[in-house]
Design a protein. Structure first.
Length: 727
């Protein structure tokens, strides 16, 4: 796990940026053989002021980099004392390979303009007598014209993730250096810098790392740009890659304007409106139920073995509170409600196998929140099936589960209706809009509220605390008098007296005693003591000493490393208090069909649409024997259709295309778990990446949303890979 001060890496990188006004030429990749040799640009002040007192006999160059190191490593770093020893040729070789990947393979940004002129400077830190040159790893630029990496010998070993990450930051700088008005220099883009650098490193080393997942998995409800997220928020980029291709990720960086939030850039480039942007973010949140991405096999080992796995893997999603248990009326607590583009995953237990689940969700718009995007995800044997998404401040939704779908989730995302909010990098919890909501449900009950519920086992050497039921690590000291709430956790450290750890807060070292309260998404780290009447909440992380190490009074609600334990009041919260809806206001009406149709949206392919083979080409996967089950929910002029294909043959189907016809002019507008296209009355569905193989007696499922003209007759003429199916 990264250290608490890791947030400084982005600030250091960003501080190096100084954009000039030179215009960048049109992006064109020049072949290496034709490119002119790059020159060395090292600021004169580095030597004249002693900022970086480099010497020519302590440098090494390659095609695209120049390495500088300090006097502690001598002129031959291979023979230097242990902590100052490194192999300059190996570092340069790593960097050249990474450079080639980012420029020629990933094509993140073209080798033109300033990137084609000067060699990137690499300062080997912790080898100098100057203590300012002590960074572990940073990346950025200087003088508005040349990239700079600071890397310690220990961070630059063979296969270095740090070099991949920091060169990613340098390449990010080159997307706008010399381009006036361009680039992610707005304060709201800070998290995106770090998430993108992790994403870029993952393209190079797919199984080398997956970001700071503990902090991410603990705080999925926080706003997307939260400083708490910055090493783990790469999954949105993976969603964009899977949906739109890696080229879209590159375009977002290269076409960003310096006033924009990353989601604004994506919205502008794709030509979609705010509602469709919100639907896509809601779809991304649905994918995070099972981490359903093309690189899932690469990063799931990191999810499964994440720091704190014993607690994080014990539960799936956030809990809800009963408002009226007999009416199945529930609410999410304000501490866990999603902020802008944060989300909740709420695990449900169906009443029966194949139950119809009906929902009425209503958001507290009186707080200033403007929109919620919500829908269901069913999981069978680890494979997700996505229901349609509904948007608005209130709506009803039905979802027909299928036999064997034992896990079902309600996913609720906070989605502002008219604009993308722009929070600064350290604008924490009290400054972020939250989206509290309530719902009534039939056909299922939130996990933890069902009759006979049993708490999952405490694994990884942990235990459930007797007072509150929260998770306590085997090496943590928690007194019986202290309270640790059901979803709170103590990973290490000491909690004594009448101290309370509530909501999703966690103690990661340090001491909490007296009558102190730690709540919300707050974290307490080693070296910090919280006692007396102090309250730490929101997304706060009190800094360690000497000035901030002992809090005995005051309220602290925001991630603010510069605020010491001053005993002051909590930061002002932009979110006003709100009431509670009556169960009648959340009555489920309208039969089994949705009363509010989902918004029309463009199809969302998860894989590139393959070319239809000519008639003389045998269909993929062999001749199919198949059975199709089709169910539709209709309202006004809209409907959703759910399709399950069963392989009734004796051999597996590997790759499938299902075709059918609509008899009364229906039009498909969106789909999930398959790529669905339509020509006239003929509809063609092609498998997604995760459901392309159907074993004998096995099934594959997908769904779609569409419109009809008042008559919605079921499709006819079902064929799988060219062979007729029964219905």
């Amino acid at each position: 796990m990264k250290t608490r001060s890791a947030w400084r890496r982005w600030l250091a990188a960003f501080a190096l940026v100084a954009a000039s006004t030179t215009t960048l030429v049109a992006p064109q990749l020049a072949p290496a053989a034709e490119a002119a040799a790059k020159t060395v640009w090292i600021p004169d002040r580095w030597q004249s002021t002693g900022e970086v007192p480099w010497a020519s006999n302590r440098t090494r160059e390659s095609t695209n980099f120049i390495l500088l190191w300090g006097e502690k490593s001598g002129t031959n770093p291979l023979t230097a004392p242990g902590e100052y020893r490194f192999d300059p040729d190996n570092i340069l070789s790593q960097l050249e390979n990474l450079y080639s990947f980012y420029v020629n393979t990933m094509r993140f940004t073209p080798e033109t303009g300033l990137l084609a002129q000067h060699k990137i400077i690499v300062i080997v830190t912790r080898t100098w007598n100057r203590t300012a040159l002590d960074a572990w790893a940073t990346g950025g630029s200087t003088d508005g014209r040349v990239g700079v990496i600071n890397i310690a010998p220990g961070a630059a070993q063979p296969g270095s993730w740090g070099l991949a990450h920091e060169l990613g930051h340098v390449m990010q700088n080159y997307t706008f250096l010399g381009r006036s008005g361009m680039g992610f220099t707005h304060a709201s883009a800070g998290t995106f810098w770090e998430a993108s650098a992790e994403f870029m490193a993952m393209q190079v080393y797919p199984r080398g790392g997956a970001g700071d997942l503990t902090r991410w998995l603990r705080t999925e409800n926080l706003y997307y740009s939260s400083s708490r997220h910055h090493y783990g928020a790469w999954m949105l980029l993976q969603y964009i890659k899977d949906r739109d291709g890696i080229e879209m990720v590159n375009r977002i960086w290269n076409e960003a304007r310096n006033t924009e939030h990353p989601l604004e850039v994506y919205r502008r480039i794709t030509g979609i409106n705010q509602a469709e942007l919100n639907r896509r973010v809601g779809e991304y949140a649905q994918h995070n139920v099972t981490w359903d991405y093309a690189n899932r096999a690469d990063f799931m080992p990191f999810i499964n073995s994440v720091y704190g796995a014993g607690f994080l893997n014990a539960y799936k999603g956030v809990p809800v509170e009963a408002v009226n248990a007999s009416a199945r009326h529930y609410r999410v607590s304000d501490a866990m409600a999603p902020s802008d583009y944060g989300y909740n995953k709420i695990q449900l237990v169906p009443d029966s196998d194949g139950a119809l689940i009906r929902l009425h969700l209503k958001g507290h718009a009186e707080t200033g929140a403007t929109g919620w995007t919500f829908g269901f995800v069913a999981v069978r044997n680890g494979t997700p099936r996505y229901g349609p998404l509904t948007q608005g401040t209130s709506g009803q939704l039905s979802f027909q589960t299928q036999p064997g779908e034992r896990e079902v989730f309600l996913v609720v995302t906070g989605t502002p209706a008219s604009a993308v909010p722009k929070y600064a990098f350290l604008d924490g919890w009290p400054k972020n809009r939250r989206y509290p909501y309530e719902f009534r449900i039939s056909g299922a009950i939130p996990s933890g509220h069902e009759p006979g519920y049993q708490k999952p086992a405490a694994t990884n050497g942990g235990r459930w605390h007797s007072n509150g039921g929260g998770w306590v690590a085997g090496n943590a000291n928690v007194a019986a008098t202290a309270y640790v709430g059901p979803r709170a956790a103590v990973y290490s450290g000491s909690v004594t007296g009448n101290a309370r750890i509530e909501d999703l807060a966690w103690v990661n070292g340090g001491t909490v005693n007296g009558n102190a309260v730690v709540k919300g998404n707050a974290i307490i780290h080693g070296g910090v003591t919280i006692g007396g009447s102090a309250v730490v909440g929101g997304d706060a992380e009190p800094p360690a000493g000497p000035t901030g190490g002992n809090c005995s009074s005051g309220t602290y609600l925001m991630f603010n490393p510069s605020r010491s334990c001053d005993g002051g009041g909590g930061e002002a919260d932009v979110n006003p208090p709100h009431g509670t809806f009556s169960s009648d206001e959340l009555a489920i009406t309208g039969g089994t069909n949705p009363t509010t149709p989902p918004p029309t949206a463009t199809p969302t392919p998860t894989t590139p649409t393959p070319t239809t083979p000519p008639a003389s080409t045998p269909p993929p996967g062999g001749t199919a024997a198949c059975r199709v089950a089709y169910a539709a929910n209709s309202w006004n002029n809209g409907f959703t259709g759910d399709v399950t294909v069963t392989n009734t043959g004796t051999s597996a189907v590997n790759g499938w295309t299902l075709s059918f016809s609509f008899p009364t002019g229906q039009q498909v507008t969106n789909s999930w778990n398959a790529t669905v296209t339509q020509s006239g009355s003929t509809v063609t569905a092609r498998n997604a990446a995760h459901n392309g193989s159907i074993t004998p007696n096995g099934t594959a499922s997908f769904g779609f949303q569409g419109t009809h003209g008042g008559t919605n007759q079921p499709p006819t003429g079902w064929t799988l890979n060219g062979s007729p199916c029964t219905t």
